[in-house]
Design a protein around this ligand. Structure first.
Ligand SMILES: NC(=O)c1ccc[n+]([C@@H]2O[C@H](COP(=O)([O-])OP(=O)(O)OC[C@H]3O[C@@H](n4cnc5c(N)ncnc54)[C@H](O)[C@@H]3O)[C@@H](O)[C@H]2O)c1
Length: 306
């Protein structure tokens, strides 16, 4: 298949590109390199340095006529979306609408959208959140991801464009930078390599669902042919605390320093864990890499880059 990946120079997008290529697909990348890196782009992929909000996007569709679009380009900084919601709306909603209009005009079969479970469900009490949990978006980022999901179902109803929404947990792995939803992993790896004690905000017991980037990329492959017009959590159903992350990394690297504890950050969730039961049932997807193995792979990658 010919697949256009927006955000394909970014952390998750470039891993998705690698896995698409490994599965024999043809890949075209659209990325404005605002946070993505040229070095993440493999030579087998065609690259257009284009902003998804720009009218130039149409030229790419006209020339390349992709069958599938996997949309990962986004403003991903949750704090920035709180401080400057209008900017988030521009990239994450107007960018989506520009993309959807091209998909309809150039008869794209399906769009796969990278959404968030970590930011949409709010505080999770009891069982891991499933897709039917009430949504409690409290940042511009989460509101705009939800709005983008709703535009997908509207375009599907109005124009027959198929879609799959993948709501990720906190994605970590090689190529991640400190600004994403699982930025803490990159920060800890950097500090350990600098032999410096990292900061932990609050008591470090806040639980997140850390999902390895390769598993997320596999979900993007499965969604090429399954899960039409539906929404899936892509997480592990396991909550790991910030303290656990640090301790696992400490053990794996023989790091001797302790973390320095700082006051909790305002508005931070205590628990966010996702059920992947629906993805298992409908897509046959499950996470393959546990937190111990994933953290080791991630640390080794950061080390290799020094
Ligand atoms: N990292 C996580 O934990 C996580 C969790 C849930 C959802 N997501 C979603 O996954 C996707 C990828 O996130 P990531 O963590 O790889 O972040 P990233 O910043 O590494 O990737 C985003 C990519 O989009 C590009 N981009 C940004 N604005 C653009 C624009 N206007 N036009 C074209 N390209 C643009 C950036 O240059 C970058 O390459 C995003 O949609 C994000 O919201 C990430």
């Amino acid at each position: 298949m010919k697949i256009l990946v927006t955000g394909g120079a970014g952390f998750i997008g470039s891993t998705v590109v690698d896995v698409y290529l490994a599965n024999g697909h043809e890949v075209v990348i659209v990325d404005d390199l605002s946070s993505g890196k040229k070095e993440n782009i493999p030579p087998q992929a065609k690259f257009y340095k284009v902003d998804v909000t720009s009218p130039k996007l149409e030229e790419v569709f006209k020339k390349e006529k992709p069958q599938i679009v996997s949309h990962l380009a986004a403003q991903i900084d949750v704090r920035r979306s709180v401080e400057d919601p209008a900017f988030d709306v521009k990239i994450n909603i107007l960018g989506m609408i520009n993309l959807l209009n091209q998909c309809v005009k150039y008869k794209v079969e399906k769009i796969i959208f990278s959404s968030t479970g970590g930011a949409l469900y709010g505080e999770v009490e009891g069982d891991p959140a499933d897709e039917d949990m009430p949504l409690v978006p409290i940042s511009g980022y989460a509101i705009d991801k939800r709005a983008a999901e709703m535009y997908l179902s509207a375009y599907s109803a109005n124009y027959g464009l198929k879609y799959t929404v993948l709501r990720y947990g906190n994605v970590y792995g090689p190529r991640q930078d400190p600004h994403g939803e699982a930025g803490v992993v990159a920060i800890f790896c950097g500090k350990i390599l600098d032999n410096a004690a990292p900061f932990i905000y609050g008591d470090g017991e806040q639980l997140r669902d850390y999902v390895y980037v390769r598993d997320v990329a596999e979900a993007n492959v499965i969604a090429l042919t399954k899960g039409d017009n539906d929404v899936y959590n892509i997480g592990t159903a396991v909550g790991s605390s910030v303290n656990t992350l640090f301790n696992v990394l400490k053990d794996a690297t023989n790091f001797k320093k302790d973390a320095i504890y700082k006051p909790a950050r305002l508005g931070e969730l205590q628990v966010s864990i996702l059920s992947y039961e629906k993805a298992r049932r409908d897509l046959g997807w499950k996470p393959e890499v546990d937190i111990k193995e994933g953290l080791k792979l991630t640390f080794d990658w950061f080390k290799s880059k020094r």
